[in-house]
Design a protein around this ligand. Structure first.
Ligand SMILES: [Zn+2]
Length: 389
């Protein structure tokens, strides 16, 4: 066992982390600490960030820092009851919902959210109240957040801008059943739901408020106009006021993952040695790793072995005390090393030609761009490697 430990030194662990895209253990621990900090903060339990125990050293994830500083709030908060409601929600069967919406003669206001790869937007439309609003939101907003933001803003717009006589019946339409159901639940962790609930309750103190479902793209003009307004918002400049939207879980995860990946790459770059692995494998690479992970167990072991220099070759086996002979099983004249096999052994030159288009490799850099599966096929092709050590 002690012999084995010597073989698995730090440098091959770094190479292994890189090839299998594992997180270095120290980053894994840091990630757990960051996640805990964010969770405490989001539950309002993060008390003293100047306490040395709370310090997250050299943590330069801007989004996380802003969350811990209190500049941004996260979407998930402590569980809160939202039992009292001055509004009603209604999700009718599809056809009925369309008919009802088309024939609605009350005060109606249509809301919609939209999202593409780069932008988020909200549309609010009311013919009677003369409301046409198109609002861009931070790009990390979820579709549900956009829909809830639209409903909340509809309520606020009526509260502040449009004097309606007391107890007017107001029908707010949304094509998001998820949003409507969340407003109908008895409790929530979502700050977006909570905000929306508050605004609707405020509106409901003066008026009779209904939140109704209308199927999207069903030729209900109010819904189509709100949809247009939401989509217009997607083409606008990104909003300057990003903290209008709570940071959703996914955005936090993404920020932490990106940071971990960047730090992992730095760790790999800065680790000493592993020249072979650094040349043959290069930087962390999702595409290459996925290829290896799809290999059979045996092939995976072989492939990882090539790149970490821990293929069971005689030179390596001798170091581990498994054999006394370090000469190549093919040519019997030189040490059997990864370099020898990949670059120089004359016995396998035609196999090398087949795999790498060259009989001999002068510089290991020439193999830099060889695909993982070609490399594996080459190694599997050399049958003497399966012979006894
Ligand atoms: Zn040889």
């Amino acid at each position: 066992m002690p012999r084995y430990n010597r073989a698995l030194n730090t440098m091959s662990i770094r190479a292994m982390e890189t090839i299998l895209r594992l997180e270095p253990i120290e980053l894994y621990i840091k990630k757990a600490a960051v996640n805990t900090a964010v969770r405490l903060k989001s539950n309002d339990q993060w008390v003293n960030r100047n306490n040395p125990h709370n310090k997250l050293e050299d943590l330069n994830i801007p989004l996380i820092q802003e969350i811990l500083n209190g500049d941004y709030k996260v979407e998930n908060g402590p569980p809160t009851l939202i039992i009292n409601k001055n509004y009603k929600t209604k999700i009718n069967e599809r056809n009925q919902a369309i008919i009802n919406a088309r024939n609605d003669r009350r005060t109606t206001i249509y809301t919609d959210g939209a999202k593409n790869d780069n932008n988020c937007g909200v549309g609010i439309y009311s013919e009677q109240l003369n409301i046409n609003r198109s609002i861009s939101l931070a790009e990390f907003a979820t579709v549900l957040q956009c829909e809830l933001y639209a409903i909340k803003t509809a309520a606020k717009t009526i509260i502040t801008g449009n004097p309606l006589s007391l107890t007017t019946i107001i029908n707010i339409y949304s094509d998001s059943q998820a949003a409507i159901k969340s407003l109908n639940s008895i409790g929530t962790r979502s700050r977006s739901v909570l905000d929306c609930w508050k605004s609707l309750n405020e509106l409901g103190q003066r008026h009779i408020v209904n939140i109704k479902w209308v199927p999207g793209h069903s030729d209900v003009s109010g819904n189509m106009l709100a949809d247009d307004l939401a989509n217009q918002a997607l083409t606008n400049q990104p909003p300057s006021n990003q903290n209008d939207v709570y940071i959703p879980k996914n955005a936090i995860k993404q920020a932490i993952d990106n940071w971990i990946e960047r730090k992992s790459q730095e760790t790999w770059n800065e680790s000493p040695g592993s020249l072979m692995a650094k040349t043959l494998w290069g930087p962390r690479n999702k595409y290459k790793t996925n290829k290896i992970l799809n290999f059979s167990k045996n092939d995976m072991r072989k492939a990882v072995g090539i790149y970490t220099g821990h293929m069971m070759l005689r030179k390596h086996a001798k170091r581990m005390g498994l054999t006394n002979n370090e000469l190549c099983r093919g040519c019997n004249t030189e040490e059997e090393t990864t370099e020898h096999i990949l670059m120089h052994c004359p016995v396998i030159r035609t196999k090398r030609l087949k795999a790498f288009d060259k009989y001999f490799i002068d510089n290991i850099q020439e193999l830099k761009f060889v695909e993982v599966d070609i490399m594996l096929r080459f190694i599997k092709d050399i049958n003497f490697l399966d012979a006894e050590l």
